[in-house]
Write a protein that binds this ligand. Structure first.
Ligand SMILES: Cc1cc2nc3c(=O)[nH]c(=O)nc-3n(C[C@H](O)[C@H](O)[C@H](O)COP(=O)(O)O)c2cc1C
Ligand code: SF4
Length: 473
């Protein structure tokens, strides 16, 4: 069976790792000491670029390149660590922060030193209360040890670090919404450009990176870019902490070299589906990634292979659905989440997530027709690439992949739910207990009309999709 390759989660089981003395007993902060004394900041930036470390928060952009974009001026510069982690299926940053907060803090100090940054923030989602407490304690310890504050270890380098708790909105993980939220405003995405590296927090040049990305920094500086490139694939070097959840025997976080197969991850490490069950589909990169099927299980888990397969690695969260899961209901659950989390700033996302969710509601309630599936597909096409940030696409991509790959199941759901609703209506109108919950919206008209008649009456009353009537839906 495949083994994990632990770099970031090494010694993670040791509770001492959450304390500064425990972290130091495993060599923690030695790289920072060396960097401040002996290493040229430019060398660190070059090594990060050379390592090929790609952002672990979703977009997979080169971390070293992002650092190199910061201007070499005396302007106040900022580092924001993105610890919002609100995407369904993602829970690896939580473990990294809880078990090894100093690894992140050391990475942030070294990155700030390399980029000439004087103020750093960790923006952590409000629901991660315990992890925020762990970080608060660790930051206090780091100040106490002289690793943060003025004139760190006598080097003349100053850095202030603040842990900021968010208020629980998924959109605040989008980097520019995060900046607005940190500034005390409502967390809405900003138009780009300007990119944060040029004009970010308080208008100053800002580096934004994910928890896992920054946790890699001290290891790269300590061991060099070539060592890092020894793990993973050419285009996806390093290890990755992958969150596997859903219908598997052993859900959890597994750190592996990028490029191991999906089969190794889902079957080898996570134990595969429950006995008697088969995998039907899975999101390879969180709930915003287009779903893949068992035919793709032997693909390597890398940024490039997931993109070639028409999906994405994202933040590295695999959610598995077995043959007991209804794909239309999974699509509905997905659209409900994104509709709720849409900030509403741009029309394709605000209206598109809402229409999609309402149309999928009709599908699972047996009130749709196969034509609605084409409308759903067309709405997704109109969302993709037309939004201010990628939250709209984050719903449109998985939903359109499900409708495309499992169209038969959507058609069956429409047919079977419709006839089930009709039988239930007939039985209930005859005073019988059907045993199946029938919402008010599906109660039969006088005389127990067929689902088609019920549907037509409802459409005539209020539920004409705006794609057809041109109005607000
Ligand atoms: C709606 C939305 C939510 C996001 N949530 C997160 C998040 O929780 N954590 C994260 O690191 N990146 C998140 N991102 C990606 C960030 O915008 C940004 O790309 C990332 O923080 C950059 O760090 P990285 O280069 O280290 O990955 C989100 C993006 C979008 C559009
Ligand atoms: S895509 Fe959605 S979340 Fe992003 S700015 Fe537009 S409305 Fe807001």
């Amino acid at each position: 069976m495949i083994e994990e390759t632990r770099v970031l989660l090494r010694h993670a089981e040791d509770p001492k790792m959450a304390t500064i003395s425990g972290y130091e007993s495993y060599g923690g902060y030695e790289t920072l000491k060396k960097a401040l004394k002996e290493i040229d900041p430019e060398w660190i930036v070059g090594e990060l670029e050379e390592s090929g470390l790609r952002g672990r928060g979703g977009a997979g952009f080169s971390m070293g390149k992002k650092v190199s974009f910061l201007p070499h001026t005396d302007d106040a510069k900022y580092l924001c660590c993105n610890a919002d982690e609100s995407e369904p299926g993602a829970f690896k940053d939580r473990e990294l922060m809880q078990r090894n907060p100093h690894q992140l803090i050391e990475g942030m100090i070294i990155s700030s030193f390399a980029a000439g940054i004087g103020h750093a923030f960790i923006f952590i989602r409000g629901e991660y209360d315990d992890q925020a407490d762990v970080l608060d304690r660790a930051v206090e310890e780091a100040y106490g040890a002289g690793y943060l504050g003025k004139n760190i270890l006598g080097s003349g380098f100053d850095l202030e670090l603040v842990v900021h708790r968010g208020a629980g909105a998924y959109i605040c993980g989008e980097e520019t919404a995060l900046l607005d939220a940190l500034e005390g405003k409502r967390g809405n995405p900003r138009l780009k450009p300007p990119f944060p590296a040029v004009q970010g927090l308080y208008g100053g040049p800002t580096l934004i990176n994910n928890v896992e990305t920054l946790s890699n920094v001290s290891h790269i500086v300590a061991n060099g870019a070539d060592w890092f490139k020894g793990f993973g694939t050419e285009q996806s070097p390093g290890t990755k902490v992958v969150s596997v959840s859903g219908c598997v025997k052993r859900p959890g976080n597994y750190e592996v070299e990028l490029g191991v197969t999906l089969r190794d991850l889902i079957f080898g490490l996570a134990g595969g589906p429950l006995d008697g069950r088969e995998i039907k589909a899975f999101y390879p990169g969180g709930s915003s990634s287009p779903v893949l099927t068992p035919a793709e299980l032997d693909l390597p888990y890398s940024f490039e292979a997931m993109a070639e397969a028409g999906s994405m690695l994202g933040s590295g969260s695999i959610i598995v659905a077995d043959d007991s899961v209804s794909i239309p209901r999974m699509a509905k659950r997905t659209s409900k989440f994104y509709r709720h989390e849409s900030c509403g700033k741009c029309t394709p996302c605000r209206e598109g997530t809402s229409w999609t969710d309402k149309m999928l509601e009709r599908v699972v309630n047996g009130e749709a027709t196969p034509m609605d599936l084409d409308i759903i597909a067309s709405v997704q096409n109109n969302i993709m690439g037309n939004c201010l940030c990628v939250l709209g696409d984050a719903m449109a991509m998985p939903v359109s992949s499900m409708v495309k790959k499992f169209r038969d199941e959507f058609e069956e759901a429409i047919a079977s739910e419709a006839s089930a609703a009709w039988s239930a209506s007939v039985m209930e109108s005859a005073g019988a207990q059907s045993g199946r919950y029938v919402p008010d919206s599906q109660q039969p008209g006088p005389g127990g009309e067929s689902p088609e008649v019920i549907r037509r009456k409802r459409l005539a009353g209020r539920e004409i999709p705006s794609a057809m009537n041109g109005g607000g839906y």
